[in-house]
Structure formats: C-alpha cells, structure tokens
Design a protein around this ligand. Structure first.
Ligand SMILES: [Zn+2]
Length: 729
C-alpha cells in the first residue's frame, strides 16, 4: 500500500477545495470483479460553483447564467476568503448550509491557524503545487482537488452535456447552435438547481448526461491523498467544466473496500466505515459541506446481490449471460462519506410466518405527534423531503429487507426479523418522521470490526448480535436506527464532533429499546439505570487507560468547524488506530444527553428533540447549534446554571470524567436491577477462580439467563465475540 503518511501523525486530511466548487451529484457506473478484486468503471461529477451554493428555497430559483451573472464568478485576483469559517458561533438562527463564496466582509483567519500547514505536511505535498489558496490567481489555471487514494485513475474528460437530445429545454435557447464551455456549464447549472418536484426528470437528465460523449481530456495528477484536475485556460471555478468523467479502478488493498468471504464461504465485498471513508472507492469531495446526491449502476455476476445506499429497493436487470445490473439513487443530498455498498451472495430473509409488515403502516396522528406535523418549512437546501409529505410523516414502519448469508437464516428468523418492526415503530414514536423512505439490513461478514454501522437506507449488523436473546440485537438495531436522525439526516459539520452522532445514538438506543419491549415506566427506568451503571464503569476504565488528549469531545474548541481558504482541513486523530477502540465519544456524549434529559424531564426533552430534528434535518450542525436551541427552549427555572459555555467547559472541552457526572454518580443510589447484576457478576468471578479440573464436580451454579444478557455479558467482554460496538456514523 502506497502511504507516505508520517506514522507519527495521525490526522486525516480532507483535501477537496470545497470553498471554490461543490459536487452536487455523482453518477457511478461500475463493474465488480471478484476474480481480480477490482471495481472498475466511471464516475461523472456535476458541479456547482459561485454563490449558488446558498440555500435554495421553494422553486423561486434565480436564473443561472454563468456568462452574464457576475455574482457567480470568482474574483480570483482578490484573495478568496473562506466561506465555511464559522462566523455564527452561538447562534442557532443561521443554518449550517448558509455560506457564500468570497463573502465580502467575512475575514478568515483559519489559513493561519495551522490547519493548512497540517494537511500539507500530512500529505507530503509541496505548497507550490497546492496554490489554490494563495498562488492560484492571475494567469494560472484553476485546480480542482478531489479526495482520492488507493485508486488507479486512467482518464479524466469533460462531458459534452450539450450533446444530450432534448437538453435545450433546460436552457433559454430553443436550439443549441453555438456550443461553448459557458453554455455547457449553464446547462449543468440549470440541471443541478431544478426544483425538488422535478427530481425524476433531474435523475434522468443526470443519467443521460453521464453517457454523453467526452469533449476534451483534462490534465490530472494524483498523490497520496488527492486527485488534482485542471483545464488549460480555465482560470476560475466558474470557467472549469461543470461535468467531468473520471475513468478509474480500485485496488485490491484499497482501504475503503474489504474483499472477503461471507459466513457461507462465498466471496463478497463491502465498504466498512474505514477512517478514510470512500476515497478509495471513488474520487470525491470528502468534507461534509459537500452534500450531494448520487445514482449508481453496478454490474456483477448474476449470482451476486448488490446492496447500496439508495432510496429505491433495486431489483437486478439481467444483462448478457451470467451478469446482472443494479441501479440505485438518492434524492436527499448527503456527504459522500455516507455512501455504502455491499456485494455478495446474500439471501433475503423472510419471517417464517409471512406477514405483510413491511408494507407501510399508516395511522392517524396522536395528539403528542401533532406538534411536529407542521410540514412545508424546512431549513435545508431543496429536495423531496419526507418531513413535507403528510403520508410519510405518519409512517411508523418503513419498508425494509433483511439480507444475510443463507447459513444464518435460522439465527435471523429467531432474533432479528421480528425485532425490526417494533424497533422502527419505537423510533417513530420518539422522534417522528423517519428521514429515509426504506431500509436494508445486512448481516456482514465475520471480519466486520464493530457491532453495527448505519448508512443511508442500509444498516450493517455484525453476526455477533444474532447470539443470545434479543437484548443485544435489539439495542444495537435501535442504535443504528437512531443514526438515521443523528449522524445521517443531521450530520456533524466537523468530524471531530463525533459525539453529535454517537452520543445521541447511544442515548436513544435505550429509549427506543424500552418502547420496543413495551416496558412500563418503572421497568424502563430500571433497565436504563443498569445501562448507565455499565457505561459508567466503562467510561472510568477508558479514562484511566487512554491518552488525555483523546478524551476531549471538542478538541478544536472555538476553531471547531474552521477550514482553510480552499475548504481543506484535517480531522484530528482521524487516522489514529487506537481511536477505533475508544468509546469516549459515545459515553461522554451519552451521559451529557442523559444529564440534560433528567434536568428537563423526559417529556420536555423529547418534545424539544422532535423540534430540533424538524429544524435541522438535512443539515450539518456544530455542538452549539444543539445546545443553544436547547437552552432557548427550556423555561428559565429549569435552566439553572446551564449555559453553552458551561457545557463546553464541563463536558465537551475537558478530558477525564465531567464534574457534574462525577457528582451525580457519587450521589446516586444503585437501582434494584443493577444490584441483581452485581450478584450475578460475583457468581461469575467465583466460578472463574475455581481450579478448572474440579469445576465439573462442583454443584452446578445457577445463573440468571435474563440478567446475564441484560448486564453481565457487558461486564465480561470475552462472553461476546465483539463488545466494542462502534458504528462509524
Ligand atoms: Zn425537510
């Protein structure tokens, strides 16, 4: 593997110059070959540049005419200020996606704060080559920088979108007589800004444009972390081609895809939530601000099933003998890092007694839900949103499919299959509208390094959750389902704030699971208190045994969310192998949210959470967006000494155990269930101390099976294949 990264550095570089140009849509066209362990094909990227990144609302879009719209152009001779620098700290009024290019009056200082130097050094690239920030003005060509590694790039070309029959409908001219770069870019500009209700037409145009002939090869260069593309004479992002096609292939050792065998011994490949995300699967803009849609056609031998982040439940199309093709798409813009694919000989698992529960259950609104049914006012950029669709908002259980190797059929039927509907329904009762229209769940191969991973429309679960009774499977499923809201529909704008997805999912998994089990309030409280005890033990262990700097949830403090002028940045410790095994973001985040819910009372807290989801779905957030809105929404008497600054200081910006948590745990009395678990743990410890050879003759120790699965198993990691449950998103 070609990696020039200095081993002493563990920061993940995000190289793409998203401040200059943004990918709005990817069209992937790929062949999966298990013999060579290579995925090969093309990706077409559709861009938007200039101040059109701003939030679109309604269908009142401005005409986009790059040749005449001066505001659309970069004034390259002037220094280009960073648009993404956070100038709205402590204000929840502004939305995450509101930013402008070359925003006048927005002075950026982040280029001097070391970020820029960091990524340059980390990537081993000389600064003269990366001149977008300071040197790429005047006579030099604009340089498109994409995040990319472990890929063989074969060809990059401009796509002649003007050659697509009927495309002139998108422009003002009845016939395309003189085809120029400006006209082609104007077509793409109109295409990427089509109103949400024309999404089918838009997808169709994207597909047809992606197959249009090339109209000139572009110069490109690759290094460890990026692919750089330029067009001679194109000096600004506005002049740069807005539709480009890259022919490339993956490498068998590429870190974004894992080639392995499933539990039935058959070959498969899947993306595994690697710290480098998807950049070894396709060249892309990694920074989360580059929210895009995608569609993909993937071909494989007919015996394989292709699962992917797509809102359609794809079925295969038979091609030539022995080969089939699968097509998926999404219409909700999301970071490219959330894209997931899995190809293998999976079998769809159906319940033994076939019920029709994967057909949408619709029902009328209960009074408690009425408060989040104010449809039609979303803060995100325009897309066909489920929150604006009355029949989607009432859908408790979204359509879903479960896939696994055939040898796990019995295990799936025993545990997983009947848990999916109650867990989905519980999530809907707590948070409201499911952000995604459907879900595939896949039991991934044995080498999957965590208990689960959530991506748009697809959840990976480890085979470990199929063992024992339903507690492990149910809680993990609830955790991954919670990521649909926290981690996917609402993403962290800065990946160092991992707690914004993991803390929420860990807190919500208990709440969903209690509802799914239909526990009465007392039982629910007992079970949740037991989980708190276990997590408390784990957090103390982790704090004792990990480097202090890695225990901080918001290590960049007020610089969180800052990027360099070009949009590049680094994710602190993003490549540190130790981080994979740490749960501090889960645990401290969980305890903070539990603390806030207790302070406010569950009813107030969860009513707020629904409101928060309604305000911020489809957007990226920083910690202060959540905390500020929370404090604004709670009555003065419940706020007490809480402030955003205090929460930052006590919970997010310090290492070790947060003081308020320390006080709470010292004062708190153990619940009954926790005492029962302690007794069980004592039994296990006694048994483990006995000499092995005498063990069988001793009186059989009676173990409480239910208590074991609820708690004891978590205290004895060896009892489970994997106990480090980590989902990367
Ligand atoms: Zn919406």
């Amino acid at each position: 593997m070609d990696t020039k990264l200095d081993p002493s550095r563990d920061d993940l570089p995000l190289m793409a110059n998203t401040s200059h140009i943004l990918v709005k849509h990817y069209v992937l066209d790929l062949d999966v070959d298990f013999e060579s362990q290579i995925i090969e094909g093309t990706i077409v990227l559709f861009f938007e540049s200039g101040n059109r990144f701003q939030k679109q609302s309604g269908s009142t879009k401005e005409p986009c005419r790059s040749e005449s719209n001066e505001a659309c152009r970069f004034r390259m001779p002037e220094p280009c200020h960073s648009p993404v620098t956070d100038t709205r700290t402590f204000s929840s009024k502004t939305r995450s996606n509101d930013f402008t290019i070359c925003g006048k009056g927005e002075k950026d200082t982040s280029g001097k704060d070391g970020n820029h130097d960091n990524w340059e050094q980390a990537s081993g690239i000389s600064s003269s080559k990366y001149c977008c920030d300071t040197g790429n003005h005047g006579s030099e060509d604009f340089l498109l920088v994409l995040d990319c590694c472990d890929l063989s790039v074969l060809k990059v070309e401009e796509v002649d979108v003007a050659a697509v029959p009927g495309i002139e409908k998108l422009t003002r001219s009845p016939k395309l007589t003189v085809v120029s770069e400006e006209l082609r870019n104007q077509i793409v500009c109109e295409l990427v800004t089509l109103p949400a209700d024309r999404w089918r037409e838009q997808l169709d145009y994207y597909a047809r444009c992606s197959q249009a002939p090339g109209c000139g090869e572009l110069l490109f260069d690759t290094d460890t972390w990026s692919l750089q593309i330029r067009k001679t004479g194109a000096q600004t992002a506005t002049d740069f081609p807005h539709a480009i096609r890259i022919r490339y292939s993956t490498k068998p050792q590429g870190r974004s895809v894992t080639w392995t065998s499933d539990q039935s011994g058959r070959p498969c490949v899947y993306t595994m939530g690697s710290p480098i995300n998807n950049r070894a699967l396709f060249p892309c803009q990694e920074p989360p601000v580059a929210m895009s849609t995608w569609q993909a056609t993937v071909r494989a031998a007919a015996s394989f099933v292709v699962l992917m982040s797509g809102e359609n439940s794809a079925k295969p199309t038979q091609l030539r003998e022995g080969c089939s093709s699968w097509h998926y798409y999404v219409t909700m813009p999301m970071p490219a890092s959330t894209f997931t694919i899995a190809v293998g000989s999976w079998t769809e698992m159906k319940p033994e007694t076939c019920s029709s529960n994967d057909l949408a259950a619709e029902r009328s609104l209960s009074p408690s839900e009425a408060d989040f049914r104010y449809v039609g006012i979303c803060g995100h950029m325009e897309y066909p949103c489920r929150f604006q669709n009355p029949s989607a908002t009432t859908q408790e259980i979204i359509p879903h499919r479960v896939f696994a190797p055939v040898c796990l059929k019995a295990a799936c039927q025993e545990t997983l299959l009947q848990l999916v509907p109650p867990c989905l329904s519980a999530a809907h009762r707590v948070l409201g509208t499911h952000p995604f229209s459907r879900l595939d769940i896949l039991i991934v191969p044995g080498n999957f390094p965590s208990l689960g991973m959530a991506s748009p429309h697809i959840i990976f679960l480890s085979q470990s959750v199929l063992t024992g009774n339903s507690h492990l499977c149910g809680t993990r499923l609830c955790h991954e389902i919670a990521h649909a809201w926290f981690g996917l529909a609402i993403g962290a704008r800065d990946w160092t704030e991992e707690w914004l997805s993991e803390g929420f999912a860990t807190h919500l998994e208990d709440v969903f699971w209690a509802k799914a089990q239909q526990l009465d309030p007392h039982e629910a409280q007992e079970q949740q208190e037991l989980k708190a005890c276990l997590r408390w033990c784990r957090l103390q262990d982790e704090v004792r045994n990990s480097p202090e700097e890695m225990q901080v949830l918001r290590p960049n403090k007020e610089k969180t969310g800052h990027v360099s002028d070009s949009g590049s940045s680094v994710v602190k410790h993003g490549l540190n192998p130790e981080k994979v095994f740490m749960q501090v973001h889960y645990l401290k985040g969980y305890f903070l949210l539990r603390f806030l819910a207790q302070r406010l009372g569950d009813d107030t807290y969860f009513a707020f959470l629904r409101k928060f989801v309604h305000t911020f779905h489809g957007q990226l957030i920083l910690s202060q967006d959540f905390l500020q809105m929370l404090l604004e929404n709670i009555p003065e008497e419940k706020r007490l000494e809480l402030s955003v600054e205090n929460i930052f200081r006590d919970w997010l910006e310090s290492s070790g155990i947060p003081q308020p948590l320390q006080r709470e745990r010292q004062a708190g009395a153990e619940c009954g269930l926790a005492r029962q678990v302690s007794v069980e743990v004592e039994k296990w410890i006694r048994m483990n101390r006995r000499p092995r050879k005498r063990k069988r003759r001793e009186t059989e120790q009676v173990f409480e099976k239910d208590i074991f699965w609820l708690g004891t198993a978590h205290m004895f990691p060896a009892c489970q294949n994997v106990m480090s449950g980590r989902s990367s998103f």
